[in-house]
Ligand binder design. Structure first.
Ligand SMILES: [Fe+2]
Length: 484
């Protein structure tokens, strides 16, 4: 059955490159279960691929940054060789307030904070919580979150209705950042937040019944901007990285993200259920990390695999090339991360680190059944040489052999963060399929593509054509039928 809900406001988004072209927001929420299919949908897997991302509804308050857009979740539900697509905005508290007023209320990341606003979120409590960044499956619900901390919104993974926010403060926690993680082995949800004022970081655990079973402050030397965390069977790993708001300017309410190459990176290893004052910090070379690949224990060592940026600030060449009114945003969104491995020795306190792969890749995912456990394969996107972020290819990396497989999309098509869908009764780590949404700028329609995980370089087994565009976005998850 096909349904469609059109949002009536017409907005001229001007020439902002993150509101036009492939990044132009869609105006309709649709449900479509009859999709044109090129190839054949494999019948030996089931589940739901979900992807969050910015999809601005109203004329922006001021300067628009890609991170400011209202969260919209796209889903592809696979069952018995059939698929249904839908997309829905996350109806956050801010989205409802702005919908009632029919305009944007909150300044964005590139604007000046408006401290007169009664309600705001974010690590410095002035941004709109648009819940646009991440989506994680926990206790049968999809949890959407915001990269700069906010509320955790609970969505029905089947119909994508927003069920409301988890009232973190009433259960004793504070806010939740994007990149909270579900341990599929226990059902625990591990989360953190960060803030401009002490406590600069908190860490918590919700069990599979959504009860808060650990919550603790993490002592940091100042306000930090961590983007993600990691976990193993016994430990959680939190980050104190040397890219953060200039502390002097922050006192004047100016948020200037600055990289301090003279300061070491620090990784805090904490027993999952322990108090923050027992955390052990391991030092490593200065860098910034957006995304974790996986982490696990090997004897006395905690292994942490990430996509690491050694120089996270734009180079003079990039700054010169990307000038103009949107130049600063475009330059800072240039990601040049590589696969990197840390080993933190719990007996000696030493850190070892090495680059695993020289390819520039980002938005890594794994077979989620291996989360916190030793894993070999990870699935990344490659970044197109364009002013805006677009993913022009897919990469599978084998960290044992350091070999990789790549697939390049045809010109004008761009992918999304992949998810691994295991084949029914799969026995090996890569026995399954890789799912991605595609933004096809030639047809101006979205696509759902399915690749064989054993060898993604073979190209898609199946392309399903969605009647409207699917703009590029951020993070995704895959819901196994047993987790619904
Ligand atoms: Fe992220």
């Amino acid at each position: 059955m096909a349904t469609s809900k059109v949002f009536d406001n017409f907005v001229d988004f001007g020439d902002n490159p993150y509101l036009t072209g492939p990044h132009e927001p869609v105006r309709k929420e649709i449900t479509e279960s009859t999709l044109e299919c090129i190839g054949e949908i494999p019948k030996d897997f089931s589940g739901i691929y979900l992807r969050n991302g910015p999809n601005q509804r109203f004329q922006p308050y001021g300067s628009y940054h890609w991170f400011d857009g209202d969260g919209m979740v796209h889903s592809a539900h696979f069952e018995d060789g059939k698929v249904s697509y839908k997309n829905r905005w996350v109806t956050t508290k801010a989205f409802e307030i702005e919908s009632n007023k029919k305009k944007s209320i909150w300044p964005g990341l590139m604007d000046t904070p408006d401290r007169a606003l009664e309600t705001a979120w974010g690590s410095d409590l002035w941004l709109k919580d648009n819940s646009n960044t991440d989506i994680t499956i926990h206790a049968g619900k999809a949890i959407s979150t915001f990269y700069q901390c906010g509320e955790a919104y609970s969505l029905d993974p089947l119909n994508l209705n927003t069920l409301g926010s988890i009232d973190l403060r009433s259960i004793g926690a504070r806010q939740m950042s994007a990149h909270c993680l579900t341990d599929e082995a226990t059902g625990d949800l591990l989360f953190f937040d960060y803030a401009a004022k002490p406590p600069y970081m908190t860490y918590g655990v919700l069990n599979k019944k959504s009860e808060l079973v650990n919550f603790t402050e993490i002592d940091l030397p100042g306000a930090r901007l961590p983007h993600s965390m990691a976990f193993t069977t016994n430990y959680s790993i939190l980050m104190d990285l040397p890219m953060f708001w200039d502390p002097k300017l922050l006192k004047e309410d100016i948020h200037k993200v600055t990289f301090y190459p003279e300061i070491q990176s620090r990784f805090g290893v904490l027993k999952r259920m322990a108090s923050g004052d027992t955390i052990r910090w391991f030092e490593a070379d200065p860098c910034y990390i957006y995304h974790v690949i996986n982490s696990w224990e090997e004897g006395a060592e905690v292994v942490l695999d990430v996509c690491r940026m050694s120089t996270p600030v734009p180079s003079p060449e990039v700054r010169q090339k990307l000038s103009g009114p949107y130049g600063t945003m475009l330059a800072w969104l240039k990601l040049d991360a590589c696969y990197h491995r840390y080993r933190f020795n719990l007996e000696t306190g030493n850190t070892k680190e090495e680059r695993i792969d020289d390819l520039l890749t980002e938005f890594p995912t794994i077979n989620n059944r291996y989360g916190g456990l030793p894993s070999r394969y990870s699935y990344h996107v490659s970044l197109a040489d364009t002013d805006v972020i677009l993913f022009d290819g897919l990469v599978k990396i084998d960290s044992n052999t350091k070999n990789s497989q790549t697939y390049k999309f045809p010109e004008g098509s761009f992918g999304s963060e992949m998810q691994f869908a295991p084949r029914n009764n799969s026995q090996t780590e890569d026995d399954g399929y890789l799912l991605t949404f595609v933004t096809n700028t030639k047809s101006n329609k979205g696509e759902i593509q399915i690749f064989p995980a054993e060898d993604l370089s073979k190209g898609p087994l199946c392309q399903l054509i969605v009647p409207q565009q699917i703009p590029p976005g951020f993070h995704s998850s895959f819901v196994l039928p047993e987790n619904l």
